[in-house]
Structure formats: C-alpha cells, structure tokens
Design a protein around this ligand. Structure first.
Ligand code: NAP
Length: 248
C-alpha cells in the first residue's frame, strides 16, 4: 500500500538509515537527504530497491536553503509528501562551553536548528490543507540532551535540541487543524557513528547514566519514529517521546 513520500534527512547512516529502510518497508517512497556520504546513501537506496521499495538519494545540506528547495523538488517527483523526518544532526565540538569555537557553534545551530526549520517550512507548504495539501506528519529527532543540558560535554548541542523541542510544540499547535501532526523522538545513547571521536571514557559515563544498562539501536528509534507517523498515533501531536532507556 502506498503511503506517499517520506523525506528522511541524514538518511544515509545511523538512525536515519534505519528510518529510511523501515519507512520503505511500511510503504513510503523514500527521499534520503545526505550531506557528503553519497556511497552510504546510495547503499540504503539499493537495499530498499532490493526489497521492492522505492527510494532516491539527494545531496542536500539541510542548513543551506537552496539545497533544501532543490531536495524538496526532487522528492516531489516521487509523489505527494506525507512524512518529513528531521533527523540530520551533528554534535559539533565536544567540551566545556568556555572552550567552544564560534565556527563549531554556528555549524551545529545551522544544521540542527535552521536545517529542521527550513525542511519543516517546505513540508508544511506541501502538506497543509490550508495550502491545498492532504495532511501529513513531521517527526523531529531531538535528544535527551535537550532535557539534561549535557554539562561538560556539549551544552550547545543540547540547546540546539531544546530549540527543536520548542519548534515541535509550537508548530504542532500552529498546524493542528491543517491535517499535520508534529512530534519529536528524544533518543538516549544509540549505537551510531555520531560517537566517533569522543574522549576516552565518555561513552562509559553516558552508559552509566542509562538505567537499562545498554546502548540503544537505530532500529529501536526508527520504530518510534514510524509509530509517531502512523495512524495508530492519530491523536498524538506536540509530543516529545523519550526513547532513551531511562537515561538522565
Ligand atoms: P550519524 O550516524 O552521525 O548520522 C548523521 C547523519 O546526519 C548522516 O547521515 C549525515 O549525513 C547527516 N547530516 C549531518 N549534517 C547534515 C547536513 N548539514 N545536511 C544533511 N545531512 C546531514 O548520527 P545519528 O546518531 O544517526 O544521529 C541522527 C540524529 O539522532 C541526529 O539528529 C542526532 O543528534 C540524534 N541523536 C543521536 C543519538 C545517538 O546516541 N546516536 C542520541 C540522541 C539524538 P552524511 O552521511 O552525508 O554525513
């Protein structure tokens, strides 16, 4: 059954790749936006096609407006947009705020905040019944960091995810009568490449803050995202769903 088109930003690796594959299995045609990882994104497309799904990979830096507009046009060619997963994200520099360099800060805010806003804006223009659309769903991939603030690790990243939470709530209420639901998933520690380059021992510290005592999988986050997008979550909007093994 065709469910329309899902855009998954950062869909070539990690949580985004798992989400793209699951969305395709659930009947969406998938547009994967990647920044520089073409081979990985092409690999996800190939896996989806082998399973008889439909997918394309488009080079889109979500922090660049012209890229986003081009990416949305490429997705339009697949059919009507029904799901946007704002997943692309970076942590930026790791360390205390008094060591933060400006370029690293701007890159995090541009990718995690501006990127999600630009993609959401274009999705609303297509999905909203006020714009002649058929409705749809937006799922933002936030982080438990939005709540705990990540002191000593990356307060700037935590703040960028808190901005995403505020957008989730505000936009959800703004378009609630226009057929669009907007929700967020807040993962805890998930097994992806985003942790490459952390100082020794930091992952062990984060794991020790996880009552379930294990790292989560990208598939577990993808399942939460696709549930929020599904009809089963039809009365769920403006929700921030924690999927973090109880992590504080
Ligand atoms: P990952 O394995 O490092 O993958 C990040 C993805 O984002 C990559 O596909 C990357 O594309 C893409 N990306 C980065 N900057 C981009 C940009 N400017 N434009 C387009 N795509 C961009 O990370 P992940 O762990 O799967 O993270 C996915 C999301 O989950 C992020 O928003 C992250 O903050 C959030 N999250 C992760 C965890 C965790 O423990 N893993 C916990 C909480 C929240 P390229 O392949 O082209 O580089």
């Amino acid at each position: 059954m065709s469910r329309g088109v899902a855009i998954v930003t950062g869909g070539g690796r990690g949580i985004g790749a798992a989400t793209a594959r699951l969305a395709a299995a659930r009947g969406y045609a998938v547009a994967i936006f990647y920044r520089s990882g073409k081979a990985a994104a092409d690999g996800v497309v190939a896996a989806i096609e082998r399973a008889d799904g439909r997918a394309i990979a488009v080079q889109v830096d979500v922090g660049r407006e012209d890229d986003v507009l081009r990416g949305l046009r490429a997705a339009d060619a697949l059919g009507p947009l029904t799901l946007l997963v704002n997943n692309a994200g970076i942590v930026g520099p790791i360390g205390r705020l008094d060591t933060l360099d400006a370029a690293g800060l701007y890159d995090v805010l541009r990718t995690n905040v501006a990127g999600a806003f630009l993609c959401a804006r274009e999705a609303v223009k297509r999905m909203s019944t006020a714009h002649g659309g058929q409705g749809g769903s937006i799922v933002n991939v936030s982080s438990g960091a939005a709540e705990n603030g990540s002191p000593g690790v990356y307060v700037h990243y935590a703040a960028s995810k808190a901005a995403l939470d505020a957008m989730t709530i505000g936009l959800a209420r703004e378009v609630a009568r226009e057929g669009i639901r907007v929700n967020a998933v807040r993962p805890g520690l998930i097994d992806t490449d985003i942790h490459v380059g952390r100082p020794p021992g930091q992952l062990d510290t984060l794991l020790a803050q996880t009552p379930m005592g294990r790292i989560g999988t990208p598939d577990e986050i993808a399942a939460a995202i696709l549930w929020l997008a599904s009809d089963e979550a039809g009365f769920v909007t403006a929700a921030l769903l924690d999927a973090r093994g109880g992590k504080y």
